[in-house]
Design a protein around this ligand. Sequence first.
Ligand SMILES: [Zn+2]
Length: 377
Amino acid sequence: MYDLLIKNARLADGTQQDIAITHGIISAVGNIDDEATQRIDLKGRHFVSAGWIDGHTHCYPNSPIYHDQPDAIGVTGGVTTVVDAGSAGTDDIDDFATLAAQCQTNVRALLNISRIGLLRQNELADRRDIDAERNRAAIAKYADFIVGIKARMSGSVVGENGLTPLEDAKLLQYQCQHIPLMVHVGNAPPTLDEIVEKLGAGDILTHCFNGKPNRILTPEGELRDAVKAAIARGMTLDIGHGSASFSFEVAELAIARGILPDTISSDIYCKNRLNGPVYGLAHLMSMFLTLGLSHQAIIERVTTNVAKALKLNNKGTLAVGQDADLTLYDLESAEVTFTDTEGCSKQGQQRFTPLAAIVGGKLIVTEKGQDANVFNA
Ligand SMILES: [Zn+2]
């Protein structure tokens, strides 16, 4: 007897499957006809994937600048796991962990290596705020909640400290079982070349398609050699669209050269969620359809790939034994406008519409899902 049985789900690869859930875990996948407490028949008309994971968000509600409610950027939009990227350092991590535990969405954090988190815009300008001992203690205390660390490496953040905060981050990573490190690139100094020379396996470069001078492409439009070398060492590329870090020009040139992002994330917080240009993870996933990525390639970048990059070992695939985190969605025809952060717009003809999130086996239907008449059997 299963807790929940989803019948006739379409997968992004075109196949059709049944998925059964017991005690918050995926307990069977295939052709299933056993009894279940709750049964949802998608009749081959609606899609299911592993739960969408947004690997770069800002959802510590008490953060002064970049804040949001985890459920507003999570299950409301079909996203089952949100990863906050450094809004909190050790000063606030207890408070954030307490609030996160009360959400329907899975909330995880990348600990800002500065104890003050995003209290101000220059959290790495005073090296005394990088307290290795406190960082190690927090990472040990919150082994499930803290999934990695975050260092924002732009001139306005690091001040006179140059590359030293990144060296501190790399040492911390080494001391903490090679925990994932997400590095933000913005305006130089330091230059992108100097940053990525220190990065490799286990490191994530976010804002990878930013349109600032510190971009991944040379003025001739080729991938910078230092970035190429870091990718060869295992560094991954993350979108982190946000309010200032995504350029269609860079994205189109990169994709034309076969340089695809490994993960699609939003860098969302309340303002760019409500006023754009981000709106939500689904909106950015739809944007990548217009940039030529396939439905399946996009789903991989918010499930398997991000789970791998952030070592979320029980998430990201629809396999027996994995956490029962799933997203139910439609891919529908619609005229949609997408805007980058450089003032350019694009029209699309299709969009991902989340109908429900299932988190640890619990069904949470979105507003669109309520209208879709799927869940009131
Ligand atoms: Zn961010």
